[in-house]
Write a protein that binds this ligand. Structure first.
Ligand SMILES: *Cc1c(COP(=O)(O)O)cnc(C)c1O
Length: 485
């Protein structure tokens, strides 16, 4: 990449044009009749004056400034940045899928309904639940939907004092956020020295006011909660429900099922585990699976099969209602369906085995150079701590920035919150051993630099167009214009 390659907009030349139209040979419309006066420009917009070739180069140059999965390794823990097979894109573009309208009569979209119904059946089998809704548009949306169903369930049973949702301290930030938005109070349960939920602490916080325990297994440290059946018993005995955050199912596909571990509700992120492209903010898909006693509360309409026909069932008096216009992000569901059908059960089992193998391989090779807070087998991801480097004056943020110079997207950092200087790596199953080794070599080099030439790490990145941003300012006051205002 040429670091200082100017963007073509900066080369605007008066009078140069990118596109020309023939002389107008019809009478001009009076725009003031069509558009309110307030909206009409008094002078033309200040657009850059460039040729068609210039503008193409401008956008191509811009696209190269971004790091995407298709341009390089992206080991972002908890986000499952795995390869998105291109066959998914082909199928999503079938005109029968891409060109239908959600308001069409059911009889004219039977194929799309069949796909959604079938996808639900596959997800039921994968999770061990009894019914699934495809409506929620993301993981967090699925969490909220699941919690609203749990709330409706307790209320329908006259159990109106269950105001608390228990969340481990290692949980994804969306868990306490969703619980709060669903009107619950969040209670934190501690992790023990092995990185697992502390059972004593759980017994202490569970009570008659417990609506649910929200849990991830493997948890956000990439560790399998071995006492899950015991935890399920503690919560169920107290009348609470168990919620499974299944955003990252890469570690258990075709191996273990939330339904068999005692969970009552689970959400999945089809845009993570099931290869929906993500990272740009959507669209996603966060289906929710439930056990029998929560089925009446599912969002409506529910897609069902009557005889040979697929129909929307709106006759659901206890439903929490619709949670998304129409029926979910259909295009992402098509991609996930294509993925599940092309992998098959054996393929999905291989996904898990390779995801776990890759993570353990990388963890063991890096453990010599970085602190490993929990020294045991991990699942699909693992956490390191940059404590050792911090003592040398190199922060985890510096390590992440230095990785940009090697052409990698950095891992997730400073999360989970219960590990100091946390570095959370998820290699995924779709990367080759060569890629894993190259990344490991870069991490080892950075560890050595931290000891010998720390300023190289502290001042990174050196090769990107933009160095370090004030991230708060960039989020609050983004500069979206090419001309300085
Ligand atoms: C990504 C993720 C979520 C949230 O999913 P979104 O689709 O981003 O809303 C929730 N929990 C875990 C563990 C995740 O990794």
């Amino acid at each position: 990449m040429h670091k200082h390659q100017p963007l073509i907009f900066e080369n605007s030349t008066p009078g140069r044009i990118g596109y020309s139209l023939p002389e107008m040979d019809i009478p001009e419309l009076d725009v003031s009749e069509l558009i309110p006066a307030d909206y009409i420009r008094s002078e033309p917009a200040k657009l850059p004056e460039v040729s068609e070739l210039d503008i193409m180069r401008h956008y191509t140059a811009l696209s190269k400034r971004n790091h995407g999965l298709d341009s390089g390794f992206y080991p972002l823990g908890s986000c499952t940045m795995k390869y998105n097979p291109k066959i998914n894109e082909n199928v999503a573009r079938f005109s029968g899928f891409a060109h239908i309208h959600p308001l069409q009569d059911e009889s004219s979209v039977q194929g799309a309904l069949e796909l959604m119904y079938d996808l639900q059946q596959h997800l039921i089998e994968i999770t061990g639940m009894d019914e699934v809704t495809l409506q929620p548009a993301a993981g967090a949306h699925g969490e909220w939907t699941g919690l609203m169903m749990i709330r409706a369930f307790h209320e329908a049973n006259g159990d109106v004092n269950r105001s608390k949702v228990i969340v481990p301290d290692s949980a994804h930030g969306t868990n306490p956020a969703s619980a709060t938005v669903a009107g619950f109070e969040t209670i934190t349960v501690k992790s023990d020295e092995n990185g697992l939920v502390d059972l004593e602490d759980l017994r202490r916080v569970v009570g008659e006011d417990t609506a649910a325990l929200m849990l991830t297994n493997p948890n956000t440290l990439g560790l399998f909660e071995e006492n899950i059946l015991e935890m399920a018993k503690i919560v169920h005995d107290a009348g609470g429900k168990l919620y499974y955050d299944g955003a990252n199912l890469n570690a258990v596909l075709s191996k273990a099922r939330p339904g068999d571990m005692g969970f009552d509700v689970v959400h999945l992120n089809l845009h993570k585990t099931f290869t929906g492209p993500h990272g740009g903010g959507g669209p996603g898909s966060g289906p929710v699976g439930v056990k029998t006693d929560l089925i009446p509360y599912l969002p409506k309409p529910v897609i069902t099969k009557v005889g040979e026909e697929y129909v929307f069932d709106y006759d659901r008096p206890l439903s929490i209602g619709r949670v998304k216009p129409y029926y979910g992000n259909f295009g992402i569901n098509v991609r996930a369906y294509t993925y599940i059908r092309s992998m098959g059960p054996d393929g999905l089992r291989a996904v898990t085995e390779n995801a776990v193998l890759n993570a353990n391989y990388m963890m063991r090779r890096l453990a010599e150079y970085y602190d490993l807070p929990f020294d045991r087998h991990c699942k699909h991801e693992f956490v390191l701590s940059g404590r050792r480097q911090k003592k040398l004056g190199v922060r985890t943020l510096d390590i992440a920035k230095r990785l940009l110079d090697f052409g990698y997207h950095p891992p997730t950092i400073y999360f989970p919150l219960n590990v100091e200087e946390c570095i959370m790596i998820e290699p995924t199953e779709t990367e080759s051993k060569e890629t894993l080794d190259q990344f490991i070599d870069a991490m080892i080099q950075i560890a050595k630099e931290a000891e010998e030439t720390p300023e190289i790490v502290q001042e990174a990145p050196h090769t990107t167009v933009i160095g370090r941003l004030d991230e708060t300012l960039a989020a609050r006051k983004p500069v979206l214009r090419y001309i300085k205002a």
